[in-house]
Design a protein around this ligand. Structure first.
Ligand code: ITT
Length: 189
């Protein structure tokens, strides 16, 4: 089994990456060494700045991921501020901001940046469209999972097992692209 480092503080993300990449025989190792999350307009900028910072301290191939929830009726909020908003007002705060709101459409976005020593970082993006539920439901997952219902589903992410969430989610999709890239290099070697 090949090893790959995932620089993240989030155990939920780690579990999802481990499940997805096990399907191509890669073992994901959580490497919680922290990095500054700058204030920027896009998840891509945040992710690439993180990579720059980490590569000064870490020589192994690694990836990191920046994710966010973009709610249509809140003009894309919390978006790049998702981490701060989750820590402060949580799911309840988002539900309160959307009280009586009919348009509940939202998009989760995941940006993975993968880095090998002396090579340019590669970026893999995944999105998942869906709706914000009227109340919190489910106990699995993390973050905004209890209030996000992916399109075509009736249940929130928090009502799904990791494997099922991974088939539908933003992170599942960006990880699929990372997995395709790994499969290609293994093939070329
Ligand atoms: P890192 O150490 O990997 O940065 P983090 O938890 O700070 O972990 P992000 O900044 O990428 O992660 O995520 C921003 C917030 O968005 C995060 O705090 C979660 O609450 C939420 N979030 C991201 N992905 C999610 C998902 O799949 N389901 C629910 N909430 C998610």
């Amino acid at each position: 089994m090949k090893k790959i480092y995932f620089v993240t503080s989030n155990k939920g993300k780690q579990a999802e990456a481990k499940e997805k990449l096990s399907t191509i025989d890669f073992d994901v190792i959580q490497h919680d060494i922290g990095y500054p999350e700058i204030q920027a307009d896009t998840l891509e900028e945040v992710a690439l700045f993180g990579v720059e910072d980490i590569q000064k301290r870490f020589n192994e191939p690694f990836f990191l991921e920046d994710a966010g929830l973009f709610v249509d009726c809140l003009k894309g909020f919390p978006g790049v501020y998702s981490s701060y908003v989750f820590r402060t007002i949580d799911c309840k705060g988002i539900l309160k901001l959307m009280d009586n709101e009919k348009n509940r459409k939202a998009t989760f976005k995941s940006v993975i940046a993968y880095k090998e020593l002396d090579k340019k970082p590669l970026v893999f993006v995944g999105e998942c469209h869906g709706d914000i539920s009227k109340k919190e439901l489910g106990t699995h997952g993390f973050g905004f999972d209890p209030i996000f219902v992916p399109s075509g589903e009736k249940r929130t992410f928090a009502q799904m097992e990791i494997k099922e969430k991974n088939l539908l989610s933003h992170r599942g999709r960006s990880l699929d692209k990372l997995a395709d890239f790994f499969k290609k290099i293994v093939h070329e070697k």
